[in-house]
Design a protein around this ligand. Sequence first.
Ligand code: F6R
Length: 249
Amino acid sequence: MRIHIVRDYAEMSRLAARVVAEEITLRPRSVLGLATGETTLGLYQELIRLHWEEGLDFSEVRTFNLDEYIGVHPEDSTSYSYYMTHNFFRHINLEPANTFLPNSLAADIETECLSYEQRIDASGGIDLQVLGIGQNGHIGFNEPGTDFAQPTHPVQLADSTIESNARFFPSPNEVPRLAISMGLGTIMKARKILLLAHGSHKADAIYSLVCGAISPTTPASVLRLHLNVRLILEQSAARLISECAQREN
Ligand code: F6R
């Protein structure tokens, strides 16, 4: 696991964008795994800048998002589909047909999970998976206690996740309780993984990921078993790991 500790959110976003841009430049038909949330907004802004100012070409790139709320219409401003379209996709030259999110309106959610997993496999698998991390150590919506081997599956959001995501909704009652998420097994199949974190509210989760036990109690700890993981951490998110980061680097 390679760990980069950077000064601030802007530097985290710029470095992450360089990693993604390198992947696309080396492999124009890259398959990217993408995340939503506050952490990745700066990364998407920087990638948009690289597209317009340096010609970064997304025309052959394919993307698969980690997760989507169940029952929220893709055009609803709280859906992850809306987030991706408005914060990233519509500002670059990605083909809309090459962007995938779980269909949260599917009549049969189990079948949708299976076919999402199959679509990822049929694309050749994810080359680079971008991740944020929840304060409880979740990645995607894989909450504490999730089986490490699970494929894409329906999930019940943890109370702490509902509380934390309430900032994106008019009231906490409106945060959906269910979602579809790539599983930890899906994430671990990606060839490379890039996890970003900023803010001292993420310090405990980063400590558990880097220094704690490898256990479903901290879903992100499974990443220690992957051979190609890079963490880009803003310094306050990394403030608790100095004693064991050396061991991991
Ligand atoms: C989002 C996702 C989540 C977030 C995590 C951090 O697609 O899968 O795991 O990455 O909850 O969210 P923020 O970035 O809002 O702190």
